[in-house]
Design a protein around this ligand. Structure first.
Ligand SMILES: Nc1ncnc2c1ncn2[C@@H]1O[C@H](COP(=O)(O)OP(=O)(O)OP(=O)(O)O)[C@@H](O)[C@H]1O
Ligand SMILES: [Mg+2]
Length: 329
């Protein structure tokens, strides 16, 4: 029965995709290199990575749309080549395309015909899906009049139409405004509450941070980090933010004061100053602020964001790539 699969929902081992190119196809571009990953049943897993990282390649391999050069993947315990298993999967491709002159209701009705629903069930289900993605009033309008965000929602409705236990979404928030993103987030959370497993790729890191039990960061075709967002950001050193004001007389001297080197790093924001220091520099900074007769408004810990962790991995990969290029010359 769909949804009752025990064990991991997605399992990949050494999954690799190379594209040959150039003269006699002698060169090869590795879009995905040795991906070994497990997504548990009921998990929301976010796949993060910069452009060209290999996110869509991975998703297409999982969907059986392209075939691995090496390695293998299993979905719901079955190999990706098992055609019947794909009925239990919902898939939103990156930039889905639907025929312009159909209405959303017609498109969804067409996709519903791939499943064993009666005509009545189909009608009822299509209406429910249109409502779920906020298109109930637009369902009778042709898609050529839809905005990008509305088309994305049609794609999402198509992906979850048949109530699949595993949902794979390639950039579900792309092209959506903050309201649309919120709606997609709510749909993903509702799917999670219903016990579904969701894997989605995204560039929108706060959304991933808010939704995902775990995220995987893919850079240059390689999985560079995987874990709960909270655990990943904890890896980075903590910093502290101090907000303060200075008496007008002290302001003229503060940035140039040699006895207060930390204070010189403070940035002015209107009437206030903001100083960011490492945790171990906090007492020295407070001492310097006391010396300058500063009035301290707040001291708070800066929680490193998933974005910082992500940027750190991307920068490390680029530095490594540059080093290889230089040593190769
Ligand atoms: N059919 C193909 N032939 C050759 N190279 C390909 C092919 N498909 C993808 N690639 C390359 O593989 C790499 C990974 O592409 P992929 O589409 O998986 O990235 P992505 O992480 O989804 O990026 P984006 O965030 O832009 O969607 C890219 O360098 C891309 O140019
Ligand atoms: Mg992509």
């Amino acid at each position: 029965m769909p949804g009752s699969a025990s064990g991991p929902a997605i399992q990949t081992e050494n999954l690799t995709k190379e594209y040959p190119y150039g003269f006699l196809h002698l060169k090869k571009k590795t879009s995905l290199e040795g991906l070994t990953l497990q997504v548990e049943t009921g998990e929301v897993f976010g796949f993060l990575g910069p452009n060209g990282a290999g996110k869509s390649t991975t998703i297409k391999l999982l969907m059986g749309l392209i075939f691995p050069t090496r390695g293998h993947a299993r979905l719901l315990g079955k190999p990706t080549t098992d055609v019947a298993m794909h009925r239990d999967i919902g898939y939103l491709p990156e930039q889905p395309y639907f025929y312009d002159y159909l209405t959303a209701a017609e498109v969804l009705d067409y996709f519903a015909k791939f499943f064993d629903f009666t005509a009545h069930e189909r009608r009822e289900r299509v209406q429910r899906m249109l409502q779920k993605v906020g298109l109930e009033t637009a369902g009778k309008i042709q898609l050529r009049k839809y905005s990008k965000g509305m088309l994305q929602r049609v794609g999402l409705a198509q992906a979850i139409l048949h109530d699949p236990p595993l949902v794979i979404l390639d950039e579900p928030m792309s092209g959506l405004d903050p309201v649309g993103r919120r709606e997609v987030r709510d749909i993903i959370l509702e799917l999670k509450r219903a016990g579904k497993t969701i894997l989605f790729s995204t560039h929108i890191l706060p959304d991933a941070e808010m939704l995902c039990d775990r995220v995987g960061v893919l850079v240059g075709g390689k999985l560079q980090g995987v874990g709960a967002p909270g655990d990943l950001v904890g890896i980075k050193a903590q910093e502290v933010e101090i907000l303060f004001t200075l008496a007008p007389t002290a302001q003229a001297h503060a940035p140039k004061n040699d006895h207060a080197p930390l204070l010189a790093k403070a940035a002015r924001i209107g009437e206030r100053f903001r100083l960011q220091v490492k945790e171990e520099e906090l007492y020295a900074a407070l001492e310097q602020l006391r010396g300058a007769s500063a009035k301290i408004l707040s001291v708070s810990q800066i929680k490193p964001s998933l974005e910082e962790y992500f940027m750190h991995l991307v920068a490390a990969d680029r530095a490594q790539a540059a080093a290889v290029e230089v040593s190769g010359k």
